[in-house]
Design a protein. Structure first.
Length: 294
């Protein structure tokens, strides 16, 4: 993989959302003009041996490298920030056990595809370290890290829901070498949880992969900000890339555009072209500078 290679986040199911077979999904991503990406696993996706073979063939045929597999879970809702707090990730107690099992299933699926990183939104981590949910989730993340370690994988936390300092302290408390971050600058804005470049500085040593996504700040506290095409939001993607270079990150630049339909592909194509331009302006990476674990 090239330093700062541009990739795309896509999902099982294709059209980045409807029911399309893996070969068509991967071909569509390849036709956007990238040869690496991150694969999100829909909660209902069957991950049996047959599917492993189908996905392997689809990826090999297009020469597509998957750098991260993302797990997601039945019952999650991103309808509002409060539904995210109640339903997403490892936080809701009632679904914790089944989601832990599903996480292991995704780790094994990723391992079969030769993917060395598993990531997910674990949900809103409470700041209070004595909170029973905090303790239970910390223990669960430790177990997930240990499981991923057996598969020679990193486990990465998607950023955004909590301020960077809370995340950094949580990572220190979990205390596992293979725990990292998939840094999403737009999520910091969407959730109103902190200025993205300052956040990146705080968690810099933990960044394994990044999402290139853009967004406008919320206008009302507790409400979502608005996701935008790359370059149209408040992230300052050019400064984001400069900052990534400064912290010695040379892993992939994975475009995430969380809309569906034709506009998603239009925006991703424009994003790829723009990131390639910005990349060309950065000094050539030296392999010795690489600190990405990928
Ligand atoms: Mg993201």
């Amino acid at each position: 993989m090239e330093p700062l290679q541009v990739g795309v986040m896509f999902w099982t199911g294709g059209d980045l959302a409807t029911q399309v077979p893996p070969d068509q999904t991967v071909r569509m991503v390849s036709q956007l003009g990238v040869s690496c990406g991150q694969l999100g696993i829909h909660p209902g996706a069957i991950l049996n041996n047959e599917q492993i073979t189908v996905w392997k063939t689809a990826l090999d045929t297009e020469g597509m490298e998957i750098v991260t597999v993302f797990s997601s879970y039945l019952g999650e809702s991103y309808a509002s920030i409060s539904t995210v707090q109640k339903t997403v990730g490892f936080i809701p107690p009632l679904t914790r056990e089944e989601r832990e099992a599903r996480t292991y299933e995704c780790s094994d699926f990723a391992s079969e595809l030769g993917v060395s990183s598993l990531a997910t939104h674990i949900g809103f981590v409470p700041e209070d370290r004595t909170n029973p949910d905090y303790i239970a989730v910390r223990e669960m993340v430790r177990r997930v890290c240990d499981y991923c370690a057996q598969n020679d994988q990193i486990f990465a936390l998607e950023t955004g829901q909590e301020p960077a300092r809370t995340l950094r302290d949580f990572i220190a408390d979990v205390d596992r070498e293979n725990l990292g971050i998939n840094f999403d600058p737009a999520n910091m804005i969407l959730y109103g949880s902190g200025e993205p470049l300052e956040a990146l500085e705080i968690v810099r040593e933990h960044v394994v992969t990044v999402h290139c996504k853009d967004a406008k700040w919320p206008t009302e506290r507790g409400q979502w900000g608005t996701e935008t095409p790359l370059g149209k939001g408040d992230v300052s993607i050019d400064k984001f890339l400069t900052k990534l270079k400064e912290i010695g990150y040379w892993g992939p630049l994975v475009i995430e555009r969380e809309i569906t339909g034709e506009k998603q592909q239009v925006d991703i194509r424009a994003g790829i072209a723009w990131l390639e331009e910005l990349r060309a302006l950065l000094p050539t990476a030296k392999k010795s500078d690489t600190r990405s674990n990928l």
